[in-house]
Design a protein around this ligand. Structure first.
Ligand code: HEC
Ligand SMILES: [Cu+2]
Length: 325
């Protein structure tokens, strides 16, 4: 089972932007079930009572028995029923509003700011400093420090997508020409799956991403690694690097080289990612070969074309990609 096949966690949330939603979801669910059960029981009681009474009584007496009157307390049933429903519904509305305002903004201002641009069918991820300068660029796998709110600035490079990590927070649309701002926070170290949740085309279902909640030290180490340019290829990888520059660099960037393409994911530290193609395949030399040789079979409709390469060219390119750590 690849990680992308792991289920999205709806019931086990792990952060202050998600936990209140889970509690509200359970609460409203339980209230709704209670309402259905109570009404069903009352309805059954009423049916049962009517059958019982009509045994001996005349039809006319029966009609009168149905009408509410002060004498048989029918009116107070209506008053009690309406009163209780109003109170419960009012309580639910207040709880919903309180939840919305709790998750609207984090308690402390986020220090980590991440810009996510959605594309058919992957996510470009950029970390910004306070002045808005890009610190590093990656794709599909987002690292955040545990216990800290993180600001997300969402936009789209083509159609409307939606950014959703159920275990960490509610969803937010990524819309072309507009920046939507949200936040997430992870309270437990771990890997949480996200998913595009607005139908965006053929491979919409294969537009996953991951949020890795790291310890503070791991996060800092990760940021340091990602900010470094790619190391120069060794002698045996020079041929692969050259083929890459000719066939792939128009769409892919590798920092520190002449590859500056911006159509596809930045590959500078490709090998630090656990999956490729937005969670479609695990990462590793054999999967990279499979992806490059048969992109349109692995992910039909993907924006990456099949690039014609001989077997030795493919081996050389994958040899070079494997050095991008
Ligand atoms: C026309 C532009 C284009 C060309 C040319 C191209 N790619 Fe891509 N590539 C993309 C796009 C777009 C994606 C994202 C596809 C997706 O996940 O839906 C991608 C994804 C990838 C990925 C997965 C990255 C990740 O982190 O998920 C790898 C690896 C890759 N390409 C390698 C290559 C190699 C090697 C070549 C040259 C043989 C190449 N690409 C040529 C556009 C291109
Ligand atoms: Cu989508």
């Amino acid at each position: 089972m690849t990680e992308s096949a792991a289920p999205l966690a709806y019931f086990h949330t792990a952060g202050p932007a998600a936990d209140p939603i889970t509690r509200l979801g359970w609460g409203l669910g339980i209230v709704s079930i209670a309402v259905v059960v109570i009404i069903a029981v009352l309805l059954l009681l009423a049916i049962f009572r009517k059958r019982h009474r009509s045994d001996g009584a005349s039809e006319r007496a029966d009609e009168h028995a149905m009408a509410p009157s002060h004498k048989n307390a029918g009116l107070s049933w209506i008053a009690v029923g309406t009163g209780v429903s109003t109170l419960v519904l009012f309580g639910c509305a207040v709880w919903t509003l309180v939840t919305l305002s709790t998750i609207a903004a984090p308690r402390t201002a986020p220090r980590v700011v991440i810009e996510v641009q959605a594309y058919q069918f992957w996510w470009r991820v950029r970390y910004l400093d306070v002045s808005g300068t890009v610190l590093l660029t990656t794709a599909n796998e987002i690292h955040i420090p545990v216990g800290q709110p993180v600001r997300f600035r969402l936009s789209s490079g083509d159609v409307i997508h939606s950014f959703w990590v159920p275990a960490l927070g509610g969803k937010m649309d990524a819309i072309p020409g507009q920046t939507n701002v949200t936040w997430l926070q992870g309270s437990q170290v771990g890997r949480y799956r996200g998913q595009c949740s607005e139908y965006c085309g053929l491979q919409h279902a294969h537009m996953a991403f991951f949020v890795d909640v790291d310890s503070a030290a791991d996060f800092e180490h990760w940021v340091d690694t990602q900010r470094r340019p790619a190391s120069l290829p060794a002698q045996q990888d020079l041929a692969g690097a050259r083929i890459f520059m000719n066939s792939c660099a128009g769409c892919h960037a590798v920092q520190g080289t002449e590859a500056h393409g911006a159509v596809g994911p930045d590959l500078t530290h490709l090998m630090t990612r656990k999956t490729i193609a937005a969670g479609v395949l695990p990462n590793g030399p054999s999967f990279l070969k499979q992806w490059i040789a048969s992109t349109q079979t692995v992910k039909p409709g993907s924006e990456m074309p099949v690039v014609r390469l001989s077997a030795s060219e493919l081996n050389a390119i994958v040899g070079y990609l494997a050095t991008l750590r």
